[in-house]
Design a protein around this ligand. Structure first.
Ligand SMILES: *Cc1c(COP(=O)(O)O)cnc(C)c1O
Length: 362
C-alpha cells in the first residue's frame, strides 16, 4: 500500500451530483464550472465525466486552451474574458467564448479581424456584487455594439453573479435577479445567474443557463444544510497513512512550538499529510481525521509533511493504517473547512500537485 496522501476522485459521484442539477433545473441548460482545475479535482477528467453538460465555464484563457488541447469540444466560456488583443486571437483560434465585463474588453475587438468570429458570448451585468460587469445604464448600448460587431456571431447572453446566494431568501438575491431579468426581457437575451447555492434554493433564478460549481463536487454551499441532506455525494476522498505511533507522557510537547501538551500518558499517531500537500495549517489543534471509523483530533501544529493525531479512543491501530482526512459522510469537507475557519472551495483548490489524484470511473 502507498504510504503517501492520495486524493481518490469518484467520477460516478460527480455524475450523480450533475444529475441533481438536472433534476432541480430540468428546463435550464447547464454550464458546468470546472475552473481552478475543477476545484482541485482535475479539470480534464471532470470534463470527460461531465460530458452531458451543455457547456463548460472556466475563469481564464489558459484553462480553456488546456481543455481544447485535451480534446474537449463543448462550448467553453471564459468567465473573466480576456485582457489583451493577443489573447482575443488565442480565444478565437481555440473557439473559446468570452464574457465581456467592461468597455476595455470590448475595445480589444476594434480594428482586428479574428480567424473565426467568437460565438456564444456573454455580457456581464453589475447587479450587486460590485466586482465586474456593466452598469444597467450601459447595457443596451453594450449589447447593440457587440451584436453588430463582425468579430462576434450568434446570440449574446446576459450573465450576472449572486453576492449572497448562500443566504437563503436574502432580499439582496431578489434585487439582483430583478435587475438581470428586467434587462434581459427588454433586450430579449438569454440569462444566466444561478450558481450552486441558487440552484439548490432559488428556482426563480434558474433562467436559461445555470452554472453549478461546488455542488458538482459534493459540498454544500450552506452553513445550515449538509451535503448529505442535499443528496450530494462527496467526489474527493482524501486519504493518507499513519507512519508512526508513539506514547507521550504528561508535560510532553508535540510538534513545532509545543502548541499541544500531553496532560496524561497518550498514544499519538503521525500521519503523512501537511500544508505542503495543501492540508491547511489553520487545522493546527483544530483538524479531525477518521481512523478505523473513529473521528479523532489533530494535535498541535500542522507541519509541512505530517500531522499528529490523538489515538486515545482507538484500539488495535498499527503503522500503515489508512487515515481519511475528508470526503466521507462522517467527515465531510464542509466540516473540516468550518474547523479551519474557511470554506470547502479553498481547501479543495489548495490541494497541491504533490497529492496524486486517482480516478474511479462511473
Ligand atoms: C465560480 C463561479 C460559479 C460557480 O459557483 P459555485 O458557488 O461554485 O456554484 C458560477 N458563476 C461564476 C461567475 C463563477 O465565478
Amino acid at each position: 500500500m502507498s504510504s503517501q496522501p492520495i486524493a481518490h476522485i469518484d467520477l460516478a459521484a460527480l455524475q450523480h451530483n450533475f444529475m441533481r442539477v438536472k433534476q432541480l433545473a430540468p428546463n435550464s441548460k447547464v454550464m458546468s464550472v470546472i475552473k481552478a482545475n475543477a476545484y482541485g479535482h482535475g479539470m480534464v477528467e471532470a470534463a470527460h465525466a461531465l460530458q452531458e453538460s451543455d457547456a463548460f465555464a472556466v475563469a481564464r484563457l489558459s484553462e480553456g486552451v488546456r481543455l481544447r488541447q485535451a480534446g474537449i469540444t463543448h462550448p467553453i466560456v471564459l468567465l473573466e474574458g480576456v485582457h489583451c488583443v493577443a489573447d482575443v486571437h488565442t480565444a478565437a483560434d481555440n473557439q473559446l467564448s468570452l464574457v465581456f465585463n467592461n468597455h476595455r474588453q470590448i475595445s480589444l475587438l476594434d480594428g482586428i479581424t479574428l480567424s473565426t468570429p467568437l460565438t456564444f458570448c456573454w455580457v456581464m451585468i453589475e447587479t450587486g456584487m460590485h466586482r465586474l460587469g456593466f452598469s444597467e445604464a450601459d447595457i443596451e448600448q453594450v449589447v447593440h455594439s457587440l451584436s453588430s460587431n463582425a468579430n462576434i456571431s450568434g446570440e449574446l447572453g446576459l450573465m450576472s453573479h449572486f453576492a449572497n446566494s448562500d443566504l437563503i431568501d436574502d432580499i439582496r438575491n431578489q434585487q439582483q435577479l430583478a435587475v438581470l431579468n428586467q434587462c434581459a426581457q427588454r433586450l430579449d437575451l438569454a440569462t444566466s445567474m444561478a450558481n450552486s447555492a441558487a440552484i439548490l434554493s432559488y428556482p426563480d433564478s434558474y433562467g436559461d443557463w445555470v452554472r453549478p460549481g461546488i455542488m458538482l463536487y459534493g459540498s454544500s454551499p450552506f452553513e445550515s444544510q449538509t451535503a448529505l441532506e442535499l443528496d450530494l455525494k462527496p467526489v474527493m476522498k482524501l486519504k493518507s497513512v499513519m507512519t508512526a505511533i508513539k506514547t507521550v507522557e504528561p508535560g510532553d510537547q508535540v510538534g513545532y512550538g509545543g502548541d499541544w501538551v500531553a496532560d496524561k500518558t497518550t498514544q499519538i499517531g503521525i500521519v503523512s499529510i501537511g500544508y505542503g500537500d495543501g492540508y491547511s495549517r489553520h487545522l493546527s489543534n483544530q483538524g479531525q481525521v477518521l481512523i478505523h471509523n473513529t473521528v479523532v483530533n489533530v494535535l498541535g501544529r500542522v507541519s509541512m509533511d505530517m500531522i499528529a493525531i490523538d489515538l486515545t479512543n482507538c484500539s488495535n491501530v498499527e503503522i500503515g493504517d489508512e487515515v481519511i482526512l475528508w470526503g466521507v459522510d462522517t467527515l465531510s469537507i464542509d466540516h473540516i473547512a468550518k474547523r479551519a475557519g474557511t470554506i470547502s472551495y479553498e481547501l479543495l483548490c489548495q490541494l497541491t500537485e504533490r497529492v496524486p489524484r486517482v480516478y474511479k470511473h462511473g
